[in-house]
Design a protein around this ligand. Structure first.
Ligand code: C2E
Ligand code: MG
Ligand code: MG
Length: 562
């Protein structure tokens, strides 16, 4: 049956067909003669005539495609009446062709209808969408979800039966500091440079690289043994440390820590391999930054232990069940008087006994529970200090994660108002690590605290990231010399020298020095001779519960002995 029943309709069809952004061409299959073409199709024919000399003088037939678009010519000449679709790149254009049968109106014979659409723009849009959803916008590397997909795919098809693969998590050390002190543009530049360096390593190893977090990258290496993995990790760390040239001509250096998980014979799921590499990264980040380590089952035990601690903390925190604040005297060496007490948290969990703050404070920090703990200690300690007759100050430790968020000065103000404790009787202890996290914001919080009138001590001085610049960045009232120096002072002359130097430094900066961990008469004699202002340690008194808690703590102690 004919498609058009009147001349009017034929004209109507041509009109419409000339207006659509689609090429339409009808070819007589035997002679290949072009019997119809719309405007878009004419444009293509004109282009072919311009570009290909052989087409220029030829008749209007399907043969014009022979040289110009051979793939299309092949399909036309081999057309067997079954609809066909093909994507062909022609110069800068990408054309989606469809070939199908059509009945000729005049004699009901079968003709070949070719239609096409320009899809280059659409492809570009699709590619852009793919880039946005699968790749990291800043570095162009695979994003987390794409990397995991690629990893899953790679693990499911080992290159050979005996092959072993390696997954590397690379985390930059001190990246936050760069962002905070130099701004995001420099931070972005650092990430981009590191991404390019890792990309080269990934290519050399025939693996894949992704950015899996802010300053965290992942690298999958299809062939890896423990030995080659460790050598590669050292290479990654060295490469990351190469100076990064900044737009202003200056340069920057950054460290990296690497956690590795090995998959022997590819017999592991991507989830398990990712978890193992993460545990290895956590281990190296917390114990030995700037280095690498390979996952071992011990890390899984520690991870489980931390998860259990977090669960236990969440369970007891609402009521602070069996959580106490103990107080340890701080003695003024010249007068031998107790002038202050450090408030130290203690936690008893029946199935586990007493749990050291060194174990649960880091877990509380990582899980965001620390603020509640610090609030509890601060309010309890301020209430307690109001009961002391000797007017001693109370020193309260504040976690690194609390400082720099503006919440601390307000909490201190409210607590002092509530408990009526004089600001001079409160001392806040912070560590250098706390300063490192968000330096500008932390200093702002410290200034606000000083404006309230509370004292501020730099705790554990000499450990971790000690730097004289920390001492200059804020006028601390007290510098607490870490207990390790006092405790090793009997065997190590360098520890004695450090104590002496810090005391001198304190004098120059108008800060009092507190020697921590004084356990023996010898320690006492040494710190006194060296000119420390204050001392703290078992020699003067162990941390002890308040009058309110003494009975309950006694009961716990007795139950443990029974
Ligand atoms: P820190 O602030 O340096 O506290 C001093 C630590 O040294 C305390 O350990 C104390 O019991 C211990 N110590 C005191 N004298 C001696 C001594 O003569 N010899 C030895 N070997 N140790 C002594 P503790 O209570 O286990 O606390 C460990 C760390 O946990 C503290 O170090 C502090 O950083 C943190 N911490 C303790 N309580 C709190 C708290 O309420 N909040 C926060 N955020 N951290 C706390
Ligand atoms: Mg302290
Ligand atoms: Mg300390």
């Amino acid at each position: 049956m004919s498609v058009f029943s009147s001349c009017l309709e034929v004209g109507f069809f041509k009109n419409i067909s000339d207006q659509v952004p689609v090429g339409v061409m009808v070819i007589e299959p035997c002679s290949l003669q072009i019997v119809y073409l719309n405007k878009v199709a004419s444009l293509l024919v004109d282009t072919l005539r311009r570009r290909f000399p052989a087409v220029r003088g030829s008749a209007l037939s399907g043969a014009i495609f022979k040289e110009a678009i051979p793939r299309l010519y092949e399909l036309i000449t081999q057309f067997d009446g079954i609809s066909n679709a093909v994507r062909i790149t022609f110069g800068e254009d990408v054309l989606d062709f469809s070939l199908s049968r059509v009945m000729m109106e005049s004699d009901s014979s079968v003709a070949l209808l070719i239609m096409w659409q320009q899809v280059a723009q659409q492809i570009r849009a699709e590619e852009e969408l793919l880039r946005l959803t699968c790749y990291d916008r800043l570095t162009g590397l695979q994003n987390r979800s794409t990397f995991i997909k690629e990893l899953t795919k790679a693990l499911s098809s080992p290159p050979e039966p005996e092959a072993s693969a390696g997954l590397f998590f690379v985390d930059l050390d001190g990246f936050k500091l760069i962002n905070d002190s130099h701004g995001y543009a420099i931070g972005d530049r650092v990430l981009n440079v590191i991404a390019r360096r890792l990309e080269i390593i990934g290519r050399e190893q025939k693996g894949c690289v992704g950015r899996t977090g802010g300053d965290e990258f992942a690298l999958f290496v299809p062939h890896c043994t423990q030995e080659t993995a460790e050598a590669l990790a050292c290479h990654i760390i060295r490469t990351a440390q190469d100076p990064i040239i900044l737009p202003d001509g200056g340069s920057h250096q950054i460290g990296a820590s690497v956690g590795i998980a090995l998959s022997s014979h590819y017999k592991i799921s991507s989830e398990a391999l990712l978890a193992q590499a993460h545990m290895a990264l956590y281990d190296i980040k917390t114990k030995n930054k700037g280095n690498h380590c390979v996952f071992v089952p011990r890390m899984e035990c520690e991870h489980r232990h931390r998860a259990e601690l977090e669960e236990m903390l969440r369970e007891v925190l609402p009521q602070k069940r069996n959580m106490f604040v103990f107080y340890q005297p701080i003695v003024e060496l010249c007068s031998q008087r107790v002038v202050g007490y450090e408030a130290l948290i203690r936690w008893y969990y029946p199935k586990r006994g007493w749990i050291s703050p060194n174990d649960f404070i880091p877990v509380a920090e990582e899980s965001g529970l620390i603020q509640e703990l610090d609030r509890f200690v601060l309010t309890t300690a301020c209430h307690e200090a109001m009961r002391w007759q000797n007017g001693a100050y109370v020193a309260v430790n504040v976690s690194a994660t609390y400082l720099g968020q503006s919440a601390l000065p307000e909490l201190v103000r409210v607590t002092l108002a509530e408990t009526k404790l004089h600001p001079k009787r409160l001392n806040i202890e912070i560590t250098e690590t706390a300063l490192l996290r968000h330096k500008a914001e932390s200093i702002r919080d410290l200034r606000a605290l000083r404006d309230i009138g509370v004292g501020i001590s730099l705790d554990d001085f000499g450990t971790g990231f000690s730097s004289l610049s920390h001492l200059c960045s804020f006028p601390f009232d007290k510098i607490k010399i870490d207990k390790s120096f006092v405790q090793e002072s009997e065997e190590r002359n360098d520890c004695v020298a450090i104590i002496r130097t810090v005391v001198q430094l304190g004098k120059a900066l108008d800060a009092r020095t507190v020697a921590e961990g004084v356990e023996t008469q010898t320690h006492y004699d040494l710190i006194k001779a060296d000119g420390c202002s204050l001392g703290q340690g078992y020699f003067f008194g162990k941390p002890a519960p308040s009058q309110t808690d003494v009975v309950r703590v006694q009961q716990i102690m007795e139950s443990l002995q029974a």
